[in-house]
Design a protein around this ligand. Sequence first.
Ligand SMILES: Cc1cc2nc3c(=O)[nH]c(=O)nc-3n(C[C@H](O)[C@H](O)[C@H](O)COP(=O)(O)OP(=O)(O)OC[C@H]3O[C@@H](n4cnc5c(N)ncnc54)[C@H](O)[C@@H]3O)c2cc1C
Length: 399
Amino acid sequence: MDFSLTQEQRQHVETVARFVRTMILPGILEREKGHAFPEDIIAKAWELGIMNLSIPASLKGFEVDAVTSALIIKELAYGDSGIATSVMCNDLANVVIARHGTEAQQGAFLQRFVAAPLLASFCLTEPGAGSDNMAMTSFMKKTQDGRYLLNGAKCFITNASFASQFTVFCKIGSPGGAFMACVVVPRGEGDREEVEVSPTRGRRIRLAAGGSVWTGKEEEKLGQRLSNTASVTFEDVVISPDQIIGDRRRGFQYVMDVLDYARPMVAAIGVGLARRALDLTLEYTKQRRQFNSRICDLPVARDTLVKMWKKVETAELALMKAAWLTDQGDPDRGRYASLAKNAAAEAALFCAAEGLHLHGGYGFMGEYEISKLARDAHIIDIYEGVREVQDMIIGRELV
Ligand SMILES: Cc1cc2nc3c(=O)[nH]c(=O)nc-3n(C[C@H](O)[C@H](O)[C@H](O)COP(=O)(O)OP(=O)(O)OC[C@H]3O[C@@H](n4cnc5c(N)ncnc54)[C@H](O)[C@@H]3O)c2cc1C
């Protein structure tokens, strides 16, 4: 087995590392404190070709294999895991179109992301349907003219306030329908669209094709404050058959397919965050002295640093194996994606918490980046399937 990177992969890593050093890390704490959505950084990431990694080259997209995209996202998350989440969310929303959409749908719904730095949202989770996606009640019902009306409420949706397009999973026929469909809801051009703001319900976008999309107030989050998260409600949204991706009864299989693709990417976010926590802690404990010694030379503290390094390296190995199996189309790739996600979440949580501890009281202060990482790390263990759901997948496949 060859662990070396190709010349192209090395170039990608160097490009992202430079971008992180020059555009993301300087002033990151001030930016985060201000909760200012980093549109300038997203636009630059688009310009550099480090987002939309699932859009096929035939559409002039930046499609790369899973190993390369894991390397890119890991490096981006080293700068900020919230920005990496926003950037990666385009692929979470678009990969199902790239894989199961017709040529015409790919042209209509993917080309626009190649042409401009737009954002997409992946709308699966609902207030009553988190880990158990099939419990969702959003649904679309056929009308006499052969089109459908989509109604339902989604929550915790990344990029929602800035999205130009929503990939939505919903039941067919009724809220309790047995089948799930995947549909795409694009917003119109700015001048063809009416937007109004309600103090209680948020922002209403009246779609030119009919119906409204409401996006709620931006969520106040513990961490990843540079990613945007809000609820999305669909009200009598008119869906024509050419907005339905693939077989309209196979939405659940498409969700599984998307998550198999995306879990190594979340693992990459976790590994990037964990390595940043390790590097910051090494830097700090090498210069801070107590008991006439550098903190990093105190035996018990050294032991913690070793444990942190081991978690990062092990999680990275699990990530690379999962990404490699994804590229091979291996039947066991889902199980390894779950392993990588859990290992990365564990590394991120451990390194951020222990790193903060090794900073002593300073780690508890807002002006030390490690305190931000300790807040950010929790979500790695939650989104795209909580730890227990990953274990459920591994267990099911094992036996
Ligand atoms: C910042 C953020 C961004 C997000 N972005 C998106 C997005 O873009 N699109 C989207 O669709 N969703 C998104 N989500 C939703 C996210 O995927 C869900 O929050 C997650 O899947 C968990 O669902 P839940 O919050 O309803 O928790 P629940 O399903 O209610 O789970 C709560 C807890 O119960 C336990 N539990 C659950 N299931 C099991 C089980 N089978 N066995 C044992 N214990 C279990 C676990 O301890 C779990 O943490 C986002 C969430 C956040 C916080």
